[in-house]
Design a protein around this ligand. Structure first.
Ligand code: NAD
Length: 493
């Protein structure tokens, strides 16, 4: 481990909290958590950094993010490998995660010259009205284990060009990749010359460290990615002090397969979306609605594809499915399968795999569960490779059931029928933040706004105008006349 970590200038053993690799369950390092005093001094440093950074012109701020992108390019292989070792996703996905970081840096560099406001026609003569965007202040990023570094980058790249420092509490399950990322930031900052101390900081700790960030009024924006349970606890704490929360929470993503669907495309999309990252993506495909006329053919093809999946060491060439993150995740999967069986499901797969090779790790055979209906367990997000398959008879029924769950992250339809595709995207169609046609629900591009509705939390990150969440809007009216006309024609004399 140390040769890999030394490329980032960090060492594996620095504290009393062990870090394990899900690949074989072995301890790969240990970290120290920040004490209450350290949390306090880092939050103080972030507010000091803000006073300096907000005055730096945005295109110059973009230069720092450009340099960060360069560091990420140089260290893509090493960081991707570290993500795989600490999180268990296959190496291709580890590298893909770093590529997303590079992509958002590129996006943010361009954005640094495009933080546009508006000019607005004033109703008063000799007046000009405009809307401008100012940095909001320090941004806390609380991230989940399944995208241990990309989530930081989606937030940090935008926050930094918008003029805000970033203070990051990564998942307690993936602190090493976070420390490596922070070290790449520090290298970029050194080359940049002039980044204030405390511009980007890490706070290592568990839930209570996240709670400290949520409570602190010096942090106006808290971007939190994780389970809906986490968001339900955090959001009222941030709201109680009138802070802004960007919430990226659980999903329960679905696909509708219509009679005209190209089944070969649908099959490939289902495989990547349902078993990729061992079912541990927020956008993982969990519910599959298949029209009666193609149901048996598709399910049979799926079962034979599942039987041939290569499950194994995520660092090895050709592996498609790596391990679950830990024993808790395995337990959650097994109880969900037991509940599905109770609720009438017919299960294929789902058991533990590779126990002899990796007795302390948790590899599983992804499960296909044919359900008689959308029962209670199907409506819950289980963060594991379980695909619930349901038969449908018409589009309206499929769409109604698609929208009937509490989560609203990602969705898709496979059809060659234009009317079905358009109805899926219409106001009365999918109620999710992401809706795709002839593409699976996972693997979003950086250019679009990413996030979901309902219990997914309503936040948006990454592309489009998501940057506005990291800034405060100011409406300014300037009087260049010699009179003082009041709005709405009011006379006050
Ligand atoms: P988690 O909720 O257990 O933890 C996420 C982070 O929140 C961790 O850093 C944790 O320490 C912190 N945390 C937990 N409770 C907190 C609290 N009350 N206050 C402040 N911080 C708190 O999630 P996880 O198991 O790491 O990740 C899996 C979940 O994340 C899934 O539900 C998945 O769908 C979701 N997720 C969502 C997105 C998205 O963009 N919508 C992306 C990735 C993951």
């Amino acid at each position: 481990m140390n040769p890999l970590l030394s490329q980032f200038g960090i060492t594996a053993e620095t504290g009393e909290h062990p870090v394990h690799s899900p690949i074989d369950g072995a301890q790969i390092g240990s970290v120290a958590y920040d004490s209450a005093a350290a949390i306090e001094s880092k939050i103080a440093a972030t507010t000091d950094a803000f006073r300096i950074w907000r005055e730096v012109p945005a295109p110059r701020r973009g230069e720092l993010v450009r340099l960060l992108g360069e560091e990420l390019r140089t260290h893509k292989q090493a960081l991707g490998r570290l993500v795989t070792i600490e999180n268990g996703k296959i190496l291709q996905e580890g590298l893909g995660e770093v590529q997303e970081m590079i992509d958002i840096c590129d996006f943010a560099v361009g954005l640094s010259r495009q933080l546009y406001g508006l000019t607005i026609a004033s109703e008063r003569p000799g007046h000009r009205m405009m809307e401008q965007w100012h940095p909001a202040g320090p941004v806390a990023v609380i991230s989940a284990f399944n995208f241990p570094v990309a989530v930081w980058a989606w937030n940090a790249a935008l926050a930094l060009v918008c003029g805000n420092p970033v203070i990051w509490k990564p998942s307690e399950k993936t602190p090493l990749a976070a420390l490596a990322t922070q070290s790449l930031f520090e290298r970029a900052a050194k080359i940049f010359h002039g980044a204030p101390a405390g511009l980007s900081q890490i706070l290592l700790g568990a839930r209570d460290t996240g709670e400290a960030l949520a409570r602190d009024p010096r942090i106006p924006v808290v971007s939190a990615t994780g389970s809906t349970a986490m968001g339900r606890a955090l959001a009222p704490v941030v709201a109680a002090r009138f802070g802004r929360a960007i919430l990226e929470l659980g999903g329960n993503n679905a696909m509708i397969v219509c009679p005209s669907a190209k089944l070969d495309l649908a099959l490939r999309a289902i495989l990547f979306a349902a078993v990729g990252t061992a079912g541990q993506r927020c956008t993982t495909l969990r519910r599959l609605f298949v029209h009666d006329s193609v149901h048996d053919r598709l399910v049979e093809a799926l079962k034979s594809a599942y039987a041939n999946l290569s499950i194994g060491d995520p660092l090895a060439d050709g592996t498609l499915v790596g391990p679950l993150i830990d024993a808790h995740a395995f337990g959650q999967m097994q109880s969900a399968l037991a509940a599905a069986r109770e609720e009438g499901g017919q299960i294929a797969g789902g058991g533990r795999a590779l126990t002899e090779q990796f007795p302390r790790a948790h590899y599983v055979k992804p499960a296909i569960v044919e359900m008689p209906g959308q029962t209670a367990i199907v409506r819950r997000e289980t963060f594991a490779p379980i695909l619930y398959v349901m038969r449908t008879h018409d589009f309206d029924d499929a769409l109604a059931r698609h929208n009937e769950v509490a989560q609203g992250l990602s969705s898709c339809i496979f059809t060659q029928d234009m009317q079905e595709a358009e109805r899926f995207l219409a106001a009365s169609g999918s109620d999710c933040g992401i809706a795709n046609v002839n593409i699976g629900p996972s693997g979003a591009e950086i250019g679009g706004a990413f996030g979901g509705e309902k219990e997914t939390g309503g936040g948006r990150e990454s592309g489009s105008d998501s940057w506005k969440a990291y800034m405060r809007r100011q409406t300014a009216t300037i009087n260049y006349s010699d009179a003082l006309p009041l709005a709405q024609g009011i006379t006050f004399a």
